[in-house]
Design a protein around this ligand. Structure first.
Ligand SMILES: Cc1cc2nc3c(=O)[nH]c(=O)nc-3n(C[C@H](O)[C@H](O)[C@H](O)COP(=O)(O)O)c2cc1C
Length: 175
């Protein structure tokens, strides 16, 4: 599938079938998260895979994963992340975001639905995953077979779900 076609096909799925995701698909999604670029190639991502109902239920005490049978929690080992010397900005969230995005699009490519989730209680997630000091949960990615009619790929325009390029893009300088 052409890249833009894939990007436009993806949408946030918030209703999943009670059907497990095949191991080969999980491995290809994880591989996408492995090869994603990170600042200075620090590779700070620590990706947790939750497939057991009991673990997902525990996680759901601190978030909502919409009945997805597979949940990834993308964490970062913060001390490994690059820090910009001019303003001390630590790029850990950016590293986690590109890893998550690679995985999310890989899930779409596998015919799966997904939902990126930042609405969670960090303390609950840390406890459920038994995270050591210094490993921070950044994103949750719920994945599974969508239990709903897919949204049309042209919805960004036909349903007015995205702003036009003119509102988002500036050439040479702000005007
Ligand atoms: C960084 C980020 C955080 C998000 N957090 C949540 C969340 O906590 N809960 C949720 O239901 N959706 C969440 N979403 C999904 C967005 O609401 C969704 O992507 C957006 O409304 C556009 O819709 P679409 O994904 O169907 O194109 C998040 C998406 C991103 C990129």
């Amino acid at each position: 599938m052409d890249f833009l076609e894939l990007a436009k096909k993806r949408y946030s799925v918030r209703k999943y079938k009670d059907k497990p995701v095949e191991e080969e698909k999980i491995m290809r999604i994880l591989e996408a998260g492995r090869v994603a670029p990170t600042g200075c190639n620090a590779q700070p991502q620590r990706i947790f895979v939750l497939r057991e109902k009991e673990s997902i239920e525990k996680l759901n005490q601190g978030t909502r994963t919409f009945g997805a049978p597979l949940v990834f929690v993308i964490c970062v080992e913060k001390d490994l992340c690059w820090v910009r010397k001019y303003d001390q900005k630590c790029i850990s969230d950016i590293d986690a975001a590109i890893v998550t995005d690679h995985m999310m699009l890989a899930a779409t490519d596998e015919g799966l639905g997904s939902c990126w989730i930042c609405y969670f209680r960090p303390n609950v997630v840390k406890e459920v995953l038994n995270l050591p000091e210094g490993v921070e949960p950044v994103n949750i990615l719920a994945v599974g077979y969508a239990d709903e009619e897919p949204l049309p790929s042209d919805r960004h325009d036909s349903m007015n779900l995205r702003k036009p390029l003119d509102d988002l893009v500036f050439y040479e300088k702000f005007e």
